[in-house]
Design a protein around this ligand. Structure first.
Ligand code: 2M8
Length: 465
């Protein structure tokens, strides 16, 4: 059975919107989610979606591994081991690793030109961008799940594999701390909208300033598969490709890029994830018996980024704001990324409560008319809000999951439970189909169906009452 066929009992129909029934068929939902992951399994790694995303994507694999951990922790570790096989010599984990058996995807390996970059792997083609560092968080969670849900022998084997992966995780974090933040500000610099939440209005002003040079005509894989209104516009896509051309010409050399590139943003969401991930990495380092100097480095990356993320708090918008390095100005945009400082463990309880209030307020999970009280990608009361457009309004279960982790980490159990319930109710709705994102007023599934990370977080939510 796929996600479109999850059964509800007849009593479920009388429930208020947003409330999952007591008889939500958890078993059927879990089985359907597991089936999505099985179908998208390419052999040791999982594609994010059946047709729209047929290669391996970096942060998708981290979320997918967390879902897989409940089904098969060894396979979950393999997901990340495979990804890190494509790590560059400079430590970066590319945002995409291409499957050579899918030649007709565009933009493909030629557009990225990783084969010509000395630091890139030789055995596989990759992109040259990065995505938020969810990986150490995933490894730590796999370990916890293996400990809780499998026998001690299995858990020991997973711990050994986590320890073996540690040096690669360490190099990845070092790349982020040193090359993506040469100023030592604690905030990670992103070079491209594809380094996180693609079409978010956070990037609009920076993209608008870019003068696009000559780009040859190109095909769009995405709008053949998904309604164009739910995807980036042609003008936006031109800019994405122009930025890729500039990065390729710079050989993806960070120093060159940071001197010349027109799109340089200190990203609060990525930096907040980096904090949480460093804390997970610190625990993995201990498990791996890493030298004290390395553990000290990880602790200092974490502390520096934690402070920097907290400092990005904006009193007027009550969110953490990115900084556009080209103008030196904060990006005054109301999106779910601004709630991500909640992932920083060292927030005070009062600060965490503030973010939680904002999260359940009129811009996000408390917006008027929502089918389910889930967090929206862009603030509902802002002019940028568009309920069907990619990252500009729809609800993304995977981002809701991330924020749920933040609520739990700060002991906000009741709020976390509310968010989990609302998301599960949405995901269990007949026809929900584990979509990439949802129209928030009608709960219509948008983007791709059978999106792996949506299925993965469903499994984790179901396993974590
Ligand atoms: C989306 O990004 C790709 C490009 O990398 C795309 O729009 O074609 C984003 O949602 C990104 O965050 C995600 O990792 C990827 C695969 O799910 O899709």
């Amino acid at each position: 059975m796929d996600g479109r066929g999850v059964r509800h009992s007849h009593r479920g129909a009388q429930l208020r919107a947003g409330e999952p029934g007591p008889d939500l068929d958890e078993r059927a939902l879990r089985d359907a989610a597991a089936a999505v992951l099985r179908r998208n399994d390419v052999g040791g790694w999982t594609k994010p979606a059946p047709r729209l995303y047929p290669h391996q994507w970096s942060w998708d694999s981290a979320f997918i591994a967390i879902g897989l951990a409940h089904l098969d922790p060894a396979r979950a570790m393999e997901e990340l081991e495979q990804l890190f096989e494509a790590q560059w010599a400079d430590g970066r984990v590319p945002h995409m690793v291409f499957d050579p058996n899918v030649p007709d995807y565009w933009p493909g390996p030629d557009v990225w030109g990783s084969a010509k970059v000395a630091a890139a792997p030789r055995h596989v083609a990759t992109s040259g961008l990065i995505q938020p560092p969810m990986h150490a968080i995933a490894v730590w969670r796999i370990l916890q799940i293996a400990n809780a849900e499998t026998g001690s022998e299995n858990a020991r084997a997973i711990a050994a594999r986590a320890a073996a992966l540690y040096p690669k995780l360490r190099d990845w974090h070092r790349y982020l701390a040193e090359r993506r933040d040469p100023e030592g500000s604690g905030l990670i610099t992103v070079y491209h909208p594809w380094e996180g939440t693609d079409n978010t209005p956070r990037w609009d002003a920076a993209l608008a300033r870019i003068e696009v040079g000559e780009i040859p005509p190109y095909p769009r894989t995405d709008v053949r598969l998904v309604a164009a209104a739910e995807r980036p516009t042609k003008a936006e896509y031109d800019r994405y490709l122009w930025l890729v051309a500039l990065l390729r010409e710079a050989g993806y050399d960070d120093a060159t890029v940071q001197r010349e590139h027109p799109f340089l943003i200190k990203d609060v969401q990525c930096s907040a994830i980096f904090v949480a991930s460093n804390d997970a990495l610190a625990r993995i380092a201990e498990l791996a018996g890493a030298p004290r100097s390395e553990r000290a480095a990880i602790a200092s990356w974490s502390a520096r980024s934690a402070q920097a993320v907290r400092d990005r708090w904006d009193h007027t918008l009550e969110l953490g704001l990115d900084v556009d390095l080209r103008t030196g100005e904060p990006i005054r945009c109301v999106t779910s990324a601004g709630l991500c400082p909640l992932l920083v463990p060292s927030l005070t309880k009062a600060e965490a409560v503030h973010f939680a209030k904002r999260m359940f307020g009129a811009d996000f999970a408390g917006a008027k008319g929502l089918a389910y009280p889930v967090v929206l990608s862009t603030g509902a009361t802002t002019p940028e809000f568009r309920p069907r457009a990619y990252w500009r309004g729809p609800a993304w279960p995977v981002i809701n999951w991330l924020l749920w982790c933040g609520l739990r980490a700060h002991g906000l159990g009741e709020e976390a439970a509310r968010l989990r319930r609302a998301n599960l109710a949405l995901l269990a709705r007949p026809g929900a189909g584990f979509a990439e994102y949802y129209e928030p007023f009608t709960a219509e599934p948008l983007g791709s169906l059978d999106q792996s990370w949506t299925a993965a977080v469903t499994i984790d939510w179901l396993a974590t009452p």
